[in-house]
Write a protein that binds this ligand. Structure first.
Ligand code: SF4
Length: 325
């Protein structure tokens, strides 16, 4: 591990005001991201897993600075970027890119693929027209699309091909970090593996770092060096991918792992179904926020919030079970 991580996030929170009443006063807050800390090293993939609404996409948008976080710090290559204005953020916009779940929403349907891929080069004043066209053709080749795609529109492509266009756009400026926000969730299973393989090969070729966001631990497991499990705005377990998968410590992680299908009809799996829905981040439960759904809940869990603590050099967990005296 290098001394300075590529990305260092500390105590990051994003609380959205909930405006209510005639005067639309914000008396309550949606704690979408609450005191989250993690690092990402150059060339590393951190998988971020959790149910819908747990705050993982909001976290990704804070890091790309689509949102200005409420508090906490985001250091990129040692430089604090969490409070920068739009102008000062421009150099970082080259280095930190995002791939969205639904490329149809992020690709302008009235622009050709050539225009879409050229746009970031124009914004960052890179090359003349001929050089930009050469780069667009190169990008199409890198993501496995034919050069004739340049003059076509996003709606003329399949979901998998559209995601390739989204990926091509995300790497157009040679970024160092790519936030992959559920990049395969909307795709057929057969196409998912093609896109995952593409992301892995791009990482090797260009030494990319990924924050790979997904609700499906099975997907994350195949691409991640380390995994962080998020629940109701907080990271509840994090560590080496194999360690988390083989020896989960948090009951929530255990249930996520037990829900991964195993393609072996003779192997018996003890499915641990989690009861109920994710509580509202506007009014999270007292104590451990997982306690209303936890199969191993204890008395102290209802009033005493656990903190994320080290169980080994490569594994942290936030659960009283691990630290009972
Ligand atoms: Fe379950 Fe208690 Fe651990 Fe929370 S702290 S996950 S409620 S055992």
């Amino acid at each position: 591990m290098s001394a300075t991580p590529l990305l260092r996030v500390r105590d990051l929170s994003m609380h959205f005001p909930v405006r209510e009443g005639v005067l639309l006063r914000a008396s309550r807050f949606n704690r979408a991201v609450d005191n989250v800390s993690f690092d990402i090293q150059p060339g590393e993939t951190l998988g971020l897993v959790g149910e819908s609404g747990c705050g993982k996409s909001t976290l990704g948008r804070c890091i790309t600075r689509l949102y200005r976080p409420t508090s906490g710090s985001i250091e990129f290559e040692g430089n604090e970027i969490s409070k920068l204005g739009q102008r000062d953020l421009l150099p970082y916009r080259r280095d930190i890119q995002m791939i969205f779940q639904d490329p149809m929403e992020s690709l302008n349907s009235r622009h050709t693929v050539g225009d879409i891929l050229e746009e970031p080069l124009i914004i960052h004043n890179i090359g003349d027209r001929a050089a930009r066209k050469k780069r667009v053709l190169e990008l199409l080749d890198i993501v496995g699309l034919p050069s004739r795609s340049m003059s076509r529109y996003p709606f003329e492509f399949s979901g998998g091909q559209r995601q390739r266009i989204g990926i091509a756009r995300s790497i157009a400026l040679n970024p160092k970090l790519v936030i992959c926000d559920e990049p395969v969730s909307a795709l057929d299973v057969s196409i998912q593996s093609q896109i995952l393989n593409l992301l892995v090969s791009l990482q090797r070729e260009f030494n990319l770092s990924y924050l790979f966001i997904a609700h499906d631990l099975a997907v994350v497991k195949h691409v991640s060096d380390r995994i962080a499990i998020m629940y109701l705005g907080k990271i509840v377990e994090s560590g080496d991918g194999h360690d988390i998968y083989r020896h989960p410590k948090h009951p929530y992680t255990t249930s996520l792992i037990s829900s991964i299908p195993i393609p072996d009809p003779h192997r018996r799996v003890d499915h641990q179904i989690i009861r109920g829905d994710v509580p509202s981040p506007i009014n999270p439960p007292a104590g451990c926020s997982f306690h209303p759904r936890c199969p191993r809940v204890m008395d102290q869990c209802r009033h005493k919030p656990p903190s994320l603590r080290e169980v080994s050099e490569t594994h942290d967990v936030s659960c009283h079970l691990e630290f009972e005296s």
